[in-house]
Design a binder for this molecule. Sequence first.
Ligand code: PGA
Length: 263
Amino acid sequence: MRKIHLIANWKANPKELADAKRLALAAKDATAKARFTEVALAVPHPFLVPVGEVLGKSERCRPASQDVSPIDEGAHTGSVTAGMLKSVGVQEVIIGHSERRAQGLTDEGVRARMEKVLKRGLTAVLCVGEQERDAHGEYLKKIESQLLTALRAAPKVAAGRLIVAYEPVWAIGEEAQRADTPAGFREVAIYIRKVLSGPFGPRAALTVPVLYGGSVTPENAGAFLLEGHASGLLVGRSSLLAAPFKSIIAEAERVGALQARKS
Ligand code: PGA
């Protein structure tokens, strides 16, 4: 039985620790009886440890990082390394989010981060996605090059520690035109697995979870999981209030139960 991955990307929210703890507690409660869903809360770095304490040893809900530095240690002011993240209990690290790319992170920078995360035995949540979708399929080439550059030096075993999040940039955030459609996501997910079969081989490529992200809401979450066959969701705005995020967890559990009955 495959688990459904829900990754909450809190970005630079909430403003204060007390609110972060409240939100984390609500997510923990919502996953207490979860059978099919695993939640990772990608919180701002100062909240990692206190949120981790709120979540305790919950296997179903744990803190994650929104980014990582491409260095190991030393004179690099403002950097947070993969080793530091591991030492405070982080297991999943988002790499290559479009908002980091918009601030100058290159495909090569993504690759360097990937290397550090894999070396520490952490799981990389690699974000890929086009700025715009064109009618000639050029956007697929963009996704291919993002994937292949990021994974250029990755060993074959890295397939077991990789999650790909397909996040079309035009579908993300307040400025979003709209979410993708489940059918649109499904096509891209098939393409992503085809590209992954290059570095990892076809069988391993099928085991890599491919998530959808971009304007996920309680209303569309179920369709991306069921019709889109998404292995999970990367959720921004809808993870910043307890009620919608709990509804998305409930949707994931509903889909998980349906899939378990079918298999
Ligand atoms: P959104 O953000 O759900 O607010 O569109 C998604 C993301 O940036 O990961």
